[in-house]
Design a binder for this molecule. Structure first.
Ligand code: IPE
Ligand code: IPE
Ligand code: MG
Length: 246
């Protein structure tokens, strides 16, 4: 049976975010180099983008490289950047074809010029598309994002652009990298780790969390359906009682 039949397409999560973890362990299990795990991981990226697009998911955010990942061996960082540029080039036609807008969050300045150029080119070519927004979190750290927001808000207060009293959830939201995205509804992490690893701390305040032992290179269409089915079985109460929502 196709799990797709069990999904209510009228109650899809508006925003799915994924911590794509386990490439290294996948490679090790097969006796391969970590780089090959990342290559195979990029196949899952392709698969999941297409699946989300087919389903009608409006926002997909993928954690591709964290601020902490800069501490990995240089050779691995270089490999990851190379795979990224290669995939962006390969995927541009699909993004254009499916009307998917590419967006990025993270510290852009830290990325190599080749990566920045490629990202800018694809972002420019897809900027008017509204079918789905694909956000890549690259050189992304939620704490850094929050620090940035605090600095920018403080600057505006100092220059009398906004008052301290006007600072609220909305103002903070507006100063995050994700200002143009809705809150995360469903957060998925693969590879059996049960942690957030500095991803979207503000935006997952009320997200449903889904953890699976599947390693990222093995995570495919049917696995995403399982995550969405699990999401749809849950009651999102947002602090209210069950009776209030029914
Ligand atoms: C996720 O896989 C990819 C990145 C973090 C860039 P890992 O490389 O973290 O794989 P494991 O956790 O070592 O298996
Ligand atoms: C989180 O994975 C970052 C990405 C998936 C890009 P890590 O593998 O870097 O996380 P930790 O270090 O195990 O928490
Ligand atoms: Mg990992």
């Amino acid at each position: 049976m196709n799990l797709l039949d069990n999904i209510d397409t009228k109650r899809l999560p508006e925003h799915i975010a994924i911590i794509m973890d386990g490439n290294g362990r996948w490679a090790k299990k097969q006796g391969l180099l970590r780089a090959l795990g990342h290559e195979r991981g990029s196949e899952s990226v392709k698969d999941i983008i297409r699946t989300c697009n087919r389903l009608g998911i409006k926002n997909l955010t993928l954690y591709a490289f964290s601020t902490e990942n800069w501490n990995r061996p240089k050779i691995e960082v270089d490999t990851l950047m190379k795979i990224l540029v290669k995939q962006l080039r390969k995927e541009l036609s699909t993004l254009e074809d499916k009307k998917i807008r590419l967006n990025t969050i993270g510290n852009f300045d830290q990325l190599p010029t080749s990566v920045r150029n490629e990202l800018n080119a694809v972002k420019e070519r897809t900027k008017d598309f509204t079918t789905m927004t694909l956000t890549l979190a690259l050189s992304y750290g939620a704490r850094e994002e929050i620090v940035n927001a605090v600095k920018n808000i403080s600057d505006k207060v100092k220059n009398n652009i906004i008052s301290i009293d006007s600072i609220d959830d909305l103002i903070i939201n507006e100063h995050l990298y994700t200002h143009n995205l809705p809150d995360v509804d469903l957060l998925i992490r693969t590879s059996g780790e049960h942690r957030i690893s500095n991803f979207l701390l503000w935006q997952i305040a009320y997200a449903e969390l889904y953890f699976t032992d599947i390693l990222w290179p093995d995570f495919k269409e049917q696995d995403l359906y399982e995550a969405i089915i699990s999401y749809q079985k849950r009651e999102r109460r947002f602090g209210k009682t069950s009776e209030q929502i029914k």
